[in-house]
Design a protein around this ligand. Structure first.
Ligand code: S3P
Length: 461
């Protein structure tokens, strides 16, 4: 494989973790070095604000690799925005005001950016090519292409339904049709893409998911004046139904402060849960029940995590988390809990590696389609640290108790990079994570937050 200059630099970005120090202290939201704003909410707030009429202001916006990809895409679509620190102002163009870009839009590594943009661009009816990194080009897009076509969107893709995605302009006067669709997998990105396209359809859309995925889009669109309701399909299954009525009036602009990112907090939660002597508090964390599966999974394995709800921010429940070290035992994760902690399995696997006994994860085949194959790549890297872990088609089985030092590679996955770093905190020797700079994709202040908690990770980047 030939490497570009920037890829070579990334290989040299090494993070060294020397075990032995507990985490202690408080992680605030707003101060420098605090927890970043939620990634899913940041993507949505920036994009939805662009579709509103008027100026939006979003505070505690997550400034990271993936959200910058979204902001760059908005610029390419003719949207004016301004970022000062973590405060974002967006001048909305309205639902159909996006401009046709003169070049393909580079969505970087961000699947949320490409899938949500596809829905927004379909609503606007402009011609756009959506592309991204080699990693993004390997992510499945058939899951949005087929239902978008059912709505009347003209969209083509590369072989195997992958990016680049080519959306064709919709002739003047032609409307999309509302969609009546069963999602084959619970996916907030797919649901959000289709709801966004549904905003400019002629008729309502009705989506059924096999289990409720994160509902940030529904909450935010409701705050913008859209009529949107979700409810369980019945008492027998976990299926969830969402109905959206295309708005007759323009979308209202947003004024909100985003909660801290529970998926970023996950690394700190696990770090404190596995490192003897640790006691930390993380403030203003988003506690949307569709995202809190990790807390429940760890509590069931003996973790000492106290949750104090404090507030509602941006239509989302928010609270403080207090985590103290406590010995962990193995556990079993399956069914609807998987969706509620879908981004947390890399961090969860580290907790399981330190837990006494067996941990089994099943029903989690979706993990294979994330920034890396989070089943096989995670298993391969944990084995390098002496963890006894067996790969299953839909998860893994792990015998926890001991973690050795070693050199590991995150496979271009920001969550693997931070999880493997955390694995070193209580290991029997130092852990070196190569290509660790990828963590900037979602948590650029990870090292300074760890520093603030008394743990200095040696990084050459
Ligand atoms: C996200 C949804 C999830 C998650 C991703 C962010 C979102 O993906 O893994 O990190 O913001 O909607 P899927 O919808 O593919 O499950």
């Amino acid at each position: 494989m030939t490497l570009t200059a920037s890829e070579k630099t990334k290989i040299d970005e090494v993070l060294k973790v020397t075990p032995g120090r507990p985490l202690q202290g408080v992680v605030p939201l707003h101060e420098a070095g605090g927890l970043p704003g939620d990634k899913s909410l940041s993507h949505r707030a920036a994009l939805f604000a662009a579709l509103a009429d008027g100026e939006s202001r979003i505070d505690n916006f997550q400034v990271s690799g993936v959200t910058r990809a979204m902001l760059r895409a908005l610029s390419a679509l003719g949207v004016d925005w301004e970022l000062q620190g973590t405060s974002l102002r967006v001048s909305g163009t309205g639902l159909t005001g996006l401009r046709e870009p003169d070049q393909p839009i580079d969505c970087g590594n961000s699947a949320t950016t490409i899938r949500l943009l596809a829905g927004a661009v379909a609503a606007a009816g402009v011609a756009v090519v959506l592309d991204g990194s080699a990693g993004l080009r390997s992510r499945p897009m058939g899951r949005i292409i087929a239902p978008l076509r059912q709505m009347g969107v003209t969209i083509t893709a590369a072989q195997d339904d992958t990016a680049p995605l080519i959306l064709t302009a919709r002739p003047a006067g032609q409307r999309l049709q509302g969609l009546n669709y069963n999602l084959p997998v619970a996916s907030a990105q797919v649901k959000s893409c289709l709801l966004l396209a549904g905003l400019s359809a002629a008729t309502p859309s009705l989506l059924v998911e096999p289990g409720p995925s994160r509902d940030h889009t529904e909450r935010m669109l409701a705050a913008m004046g859209v009529q949107i309701e979700s409810r369980p399909v019945d008492n027998l299954s976990n299926a969830s139904l969402t109905r959206l009525t295309p708005p007759a009036a323009p979308l209202l602009p947003l004024q909100m402060t985003l909660p801290g990112d529970i998926s970023a907090a996950a690394f700190l939660i696990v770090a404190a849960a596995i490192t003897p002597g640790s006691q930390i508090t993380i403030q203003c964390v988003g506690l949307n029940p569709t995202r809190t599966g990790l807390i429940e999974a760890l509590q069931a394995m003996g973790a000492d995590i106290r949750v104090t709800p404090t507030d509602t921010q941006a239509g989302e429940p928010v609270g403080d988390l207090e985590i103290r070290y406590a010995p962990l035992h193995g556990g079993a994760i399956s069914g609807p809990l998987v969706v509620r902690m879908i981004d947390e399995f890399p961090a969860f696997a580290i907790a399981a590696a330190y837990a006494q006994g067996e941990t089994i994860v099943s029903d989690a085949q979706e993990l294979r389609y994330k920034e890396s194959d989070r089943i096989s790549d995670l298993c391969a890297e944990l084995r390098k640290l002496g963890v006894k872990i067996e790969e299953k088609p839909d998860g893994f089985m792990l015998q926890g108790g001991q973690v050795q030092g070693g050199v590991v590679d995150p496979h271009g996955d920001h969550r693997l990079a931070m999880s493997l770093a955390v694995a070193g905190l209580a290991a029997q020797g130092p852990v070196r994570v190569v290509r660790a700079g990828i963590l900037r994709e979602s948590f650029p202040s990870f090292l300074s937050v760890m520093d603030r908690l008394g743990v200095t990770l040696e990084a050459n980047f």
